[in-house]
Write a protein that binds this ligand. Sequence first.
Ligand SMILES: [Zn+2]
Length: 280
Amino acid sequence: MKRGNRRKKIFIFVIILVLIALFSFFYFNYNKEKITADVVTKSDIKTVDLTNPDPDTREEVKIPIIMYHHIRSYDREDDPIGTNLSISEEIFTEHLDHLKTNGYTTITFDSLNKFPNSALPQKPIILTFDDGYDDNYQAYKLLKKNGMVGTFYIISNYIDRAGHLTLEQITKMSESGMEIGSHTMNHLDLANISEEKLASELRESKVRLEEVTKKPVEGFCYPAGKYNQHVVKMVENAGYKTATTTKTGIASTKDPRFELKRLRVSHNDGLKSFINKLND
Ligand SMILES: [Zn+2]
């Protein structure tokens, strides 16, 4: 009996030891897994941060902004200014073909505003048209035919005037995905008008164009490129998100949003000259 009891005790003792050993083994491994898991998670985050950051938040994106006026065949010695602001539909088409075959994607300022929260396409480019001339409707048709977009800066008091886009045309262009921006009410020199006039030129043109498009109008263009730092502030206060100038250069996502540079296209800017401007 005594011997049997002792054996029993040893047996129970061994069982307890085995249980402790098993418990310790699993417990240790469980924690080890947990610790490993924590480490993996942390190092994963670290890896993501170091090797795969959102490229758009890291990189500066260059965006050429092209400045067009008239798209028409026009060459008159008695009107050098009008001639210089005009390029033919044929040349304009050559520009579009070049952009298409060279991997550019036309965007609007809306895409620039959404950056870096939304990515930009490869080789983004913005095509702008100043003054809302009636021939811009033809430009719009060519853009649409090529699956492209453009930004049309409209002088709100010139809508329906001779030589300018009609209300109906602007509505249609906006509905087709073209961006309508403001070029003020009367195309005045904003750096040299009263405070009151400046405020109304900025705000009322915005309201008017928003009535026409039923969309927010957030793009602005300084008439004749004239502005000063006070005007810049007023444009921002009026609720715009971007403003383009007549200063020459290729814009970038790092540039001040209310002083964006552009590339002017003039009468003599055929395809070759256009390509040179893009590659400068
Ligand atoms: Zn203008």
